[in-house]
Write a new protein. Sequence first.
Lengths: 205, 207
Amino acid sequence: MSVSNLVACPSCDLLADVSSLKHSEKANCARCGHFLTKYMQDGTLRVVSYAISALVFLILANCYPFLSFKASGFESEMTLAKTALEFYRYGMLDLALMVGTFIILLPAFVVLLLLSVSLSIHNQKPSAWLTPASRLIFLLQGWCMVEVFLIGVIVSLVKIAAMATVVMGISFWAYAAFTVVFTLALSSFDRFQTWKKIELLMEGS
Amino acid sequence: MSNSAASEGLSSCHLCYKLAPKSEHKCPRCGAAMHLRKTDSIQRTLALLITAFVLYIPANVLPIMITDQLGASEPSTIIGGVLLLIKLGSVPIALVIFIASVAVPLSKMFSMLYLCWCASQDVPISVRQKTVLYRITEFVGKWSMVDVFVVAILVALVNLGGLVVIKPGIAALAFAGVVIVSMIAAESFDPRVMWDNLEESLEEKND
């Protein structure tokens, strides 16, 4: 039994052999049930395609109005960047930075990293930045709050629906689509499988 | 019957799942720092939890949002917003907001506290359920940020000159602090400590 086929459960440390997984089969820990890995034949290509569409949707989401709000003849419009920037206008730079980082900057950075890492694995091109870039993805992915923000939008809509008419802009739909493909890209970027591929690629170079 | 990585003299990289001999300090594959178990997990988690509880006070006492309507300024706290919604008859929405901003963050912090206590017991019971509880706590972590995002959206959206303006309150910052600190607290906790204690107590029984 080779050590490279084994994975230790991150929750309970039990060793499991995950070398015999077939296409789209996943492994869970036998002792505590924690998800370990899922093998996809076309895993890397999936990440490439989801990351490209995520990038397109994110760009669209930043180019158009997000929501507009009408009440008694007055109208105000909101863009994605404004959610963060308005905090700055009220003197809360810290919150502006936090919100901007969690919903736009960090997801954008992670998408770019995902795209470059998956492309270089797919094209079998090893490079020195491959390992640190993949490390960054796994380090930062937990801090992307894309889906949380989308739920926040829905809660706010419900909260002010009685007050006025709210119209959803192109940007809203683009961000919703971004949330879906971004989540798919991250879940296709399987930790165990990806690192195995990177190791192979770096050994060959 | 398979064994734990630690009993085989292996430690597992938290970033890339690489298995390497216990003596390694740096992951041979990805270069991340390697530890057999997270360093001082219970103490760190407890310290961060205390910080989160302290921040939770201003997050609830101070206003999270200030609504300026026709010249009248009305600050509202998290609980105040929930009570107002109940008074206006929107009980379902009030319930959603109560669950997202009061019930979930509080139960998250208390369950981490409970898990720290469990991990310091020598003879742990129902470790599997506690591991699942930990994973739920970890998963739920960032969802409490919903509240801060709602404030951000309302502030950016509702700005109709003299008619009605919504401004952010300082509690939003405290609340964001609660969420971030408790996320780091959950990340510092190591459920494997409970399994180690279980394995040890089983070995003692067999001896």
